[in-house]
Design a protein around this ligand. Structure first.
Ligand code: COA
Length: 191
């Protein structure tokens, strides 16, 4: 039987694995395009091929792959435009995350939590000038909200209308070891 391409093979769910993130290169693209979430989750994150196509047209956007033991298991996009979330301007030191997903086959195994850690390390290494990470999450997406809270995000208190999955919370996380979110970021979010 022919083996699946290396970036598509399944990691052993019981074995410890190394989780890393890297920009979507041509070599990773096909495996990234095959990532799927459950039908009920599509309203929250959309389709990966659409995100890849949008990112290719947008110089402020960087598509990223999540890899477990070298296998593509997830995807996210970094967005460096200043008014990317909720139309608010957080300045040049911000970066937004949209979407963030782990393939349905690999959810619930700790990969999302570890990918967020790798994402933060990657931002510190490649984009150390960025001080604030933002994202919008559907109010009803309790799993993701819990995951982000544990990764150090705080709820700005601002509620954004109009996501495909309904109203969204705007979450913020300080970057670069500055500790808690500075007060100005919260007031920028809610103003
Ligand atoms: C949200 C998502 C990225 C989490 O990835 P994951 O690999 O399943 O998450 P993990 O296995 O690392 O779990 C992280 C935490 O969330 C909790 N969790 C995971 N799935 C959960 C669920 N369905 N309900 C409640 N909690 C859940 C886990 O218990 C874990 O908590 P712990 O750190 O205390 O153990 C993934 O479920 C996903 O891609 N969902 C669809 C897309 C989405 O909603 N993205 C967020 C949009 S902003």
């Amino acid at each position: 039987m022919a083996l699946a391409p290396p970036h598509d093979r399944m990691p052993d769910p019981l074995a410890p694995c190394s989780v890393r993130v890297e920009p979507v290169t041509p070599a990773l693209r096909a495996a990234v395009e095959r990532l799927r979430v459950a039908p009920a989750q599509r309203a929250q994150v959309g389709d990966v091929p659409v995100h890849l196509a949008q990112a290719a047209r947008d110089p402020c956007s960087e598509p990223m792959a999540i890899l477990a033991d070298g296998i593509v298991v997830g995807f996210y996009r970094l967005d460096f435009a200043t008014r990317t979330v909720g139309g608010r301007d957080f300045g040049a030191a911000c970066v937004a995350l949209r979407p963030f997903l782990v393939d349905a086959r690999w959810q619930g195994r700790g990969l999302g939590r570890r990918a967020l850690r790798a994402l933060l390390d990657d931002l510190a290494a490649r984009h150390p000038q960025r001080r604030l990470l933002l994202l919008a999450v559907d109010c009803g997406n309790h799993a993701a909200r819990a995951l982000y809270r544990r990764a150090g995000f705080v709820d700005s208190g601002a509620l954004l209308p109009g996501g495909r999955g309904g109203p969204q919370h705007l979450l913020l996380r300080a970057l670069g070891g500055v500790g808690e979110c500075p007060a100005w970021t919260i007031s920028a979010a809610v103003s």
